[in-house]
Write a protein that binds this ligand. Structure first.
Ligand code: NAD
Ligand code: MG
Length: 388
């Protein structure tokens, strides 16, 4: 019996993870959900507690916490609050794996706490590695915990390098769908609406990552994530637009061979792989219909039209505190766009300005990461208020 916790269980990856747990249990791979955590979608959380009967659930919103505290669950599920609650359950060290499906910077501390406590992490929260890749890599060296990617591209790469020597990997190619504005003229991008930006052609995901996919910042964050996960230089990581989202990424080897991992765009497949790694367990998830697909196509990304991808490469190359600034300014800019306060193209402008005003510094610990994150957030809010 594998015992897991899910941080961010009420979100897109969280709900898909619970769907995977149901399927694994049906296929003779028993998984128990010991802990759940969510922010404000209490209705979903209540239903999840009733079905999966975790020992404890951690709620981040004060209202949600009060509401859940008032319910007497048949399994006596303990209700804990916020980051301290999450730290408390992680410190119990009684799960085999934590699925980190939190969004944004909020996922960082839980990733670090798991590694410090020797708990394996199935990492969907790419932002953890973007802002503290070096710090996390150091911690992993002193810990018995493993970091297993959930992101479909990184799961693809992990699958391709099984049985290979990392020394023979000469580069990787991350594929990107191109998002909803792949064919939109660059001049039209300033007029696109939130609703249009939220209509991803292939994947159904949370709002933040859906906007990141529309700006291609998501792919930029994934370049940084890949750099740390697979110990690569930035110039060894290429991005190709592959609108069908069937090839989830490719690895190039020193002899000129490439390996790719394919499947339908369904996060349940990489989530399951992260939970059962290195084993494979049967599933009934949809298979690609290659004959009706007919074509798998590839394009070079347009860095001029999608400056976020270019800025992410630059931040990856510059290193130090730049990726923290990139991430924080992006999180705030996306939030402002979703709130209808700025235009789609302002997202890149805000990030560019924040990066330009930042003076690089070395990140020595978690506090220094938090400090830079805070500076960048404040800078974007101030700058956005005088934008129009
Ligand atoms: P989501 O918005 O659907 O869910 C986020 C979860 O985190 C929810 O449970 C929410 O309650 C919780 N949460 C949000 N803010 C919080 C806070 N401040 N404190 C504590 N909890 C908070 O997001 P998602 O699409 O599931 O994405 C989660 C992570 O997985 C992101 O890092 C994303 O980049 C990554 N990812 C997602 C997909 C996908 O298909 N959705 C694919 C690849 C990677
Ligand atoms: Mg991805």
């Amino acid at each position: 019996m594998k015992s897991i916790s899910i941080f961010g269980s009420t979100g897109s990856i969280g709900c898909n993870t619970l769907e995977v747990v149901r399927s694994l249990n049906r296929h003779g791979y028993p998984v128990a959900v010991k802990y759940l955590s969510g922010n404000s979608r209490t209705e979903i959380m209540i239903q999840q507690i009733r079905e999966f009967k975790p020992d404890a659930a951690v709620v981040f919103s004060p209202e949600g916490y009060t509401e859940l505290k008032g319910i007497s669950f048949p399994n006596k599920c303990e209700i804990l609050f916020g980051e301290d609650g999450l730290k408390e359950i992680i410190s119990r060290r009684d799960t085999d794996l934590a699925v980190n499906a939190l969004v944004g910077f909020s996922g960082l501390v839980p990733t670090i706490e798991c590694i410090k406590n020797g708990v394996d992490v199935a990492l969907a929260n790419k932002e953890s590695l973007v802002v503290a890749g070096e710090f996390i890599t150091q911690l992993l060296k002193q810990s018995k915990s493993k970091l297993i990617p959930v992101d479909s591209e990184h799961s693809a790469i992990l699958q391709c390098i099984q049985g290979e020597s990392l020394k023979e990997v000469s580069g990787i190619i991350l594929t990107a769908s191109g998002g909803p504005f792949r064919d939109t003229d660059a001049e039209q991008l300033q007029y696109v609406t939130k609703e249009e930006a939220l209509k991803h052609p292939n994947w159904k995901m949370g709002n933040k990552i859906t906007i990141d996919s529309a700006t291609l910042m998501n792919k930029g964050l994934e370049v940084i994530e890949a750099k740390w996960l697979f110990t690569l230089d930035t110039d060894e990581i290429k991005v190709l637009i592959h609108p069908q989202s069937i090839i989830h990424s490719l690895v190039e080897f020193s002899d000129g061979s490439y390996k790719a991992q394919l499947g339908v765009p369904d996060m349940k497949i990489p989530i399951q792989y992260a939970i059962t790694f290195p084993e494979r367990i049967r599933s009934e998830y949809e298979r690609p219909d290659f004959v009706s697909l007919r074509n798998l196509t590839f394009e070079v990304p347009d860095f001029g039209k999608f400056p976020c991808l270019k800025m992410a490469y630059e931040a990856a190359e510059a290193g130090a505190s730049y990726p923290v600034v990139l991430n924080a300014s992006n999180e705030v800019a996306v939030e402002l766009f979703l709130d209808g306060k700025i235009k789609f193209t302002d997202i890149a402008e805000l990030i560019r300005n924040t990066l330009d005003h930042h003076e690089s510094c070395n990140l020595t610990d978690l506090d220094s990461v938090k400090e830079i994150d805070k500076w960048a957030r404040n800078f974007v809010y101030d700058y956005a208020s005088v934008l129009h």
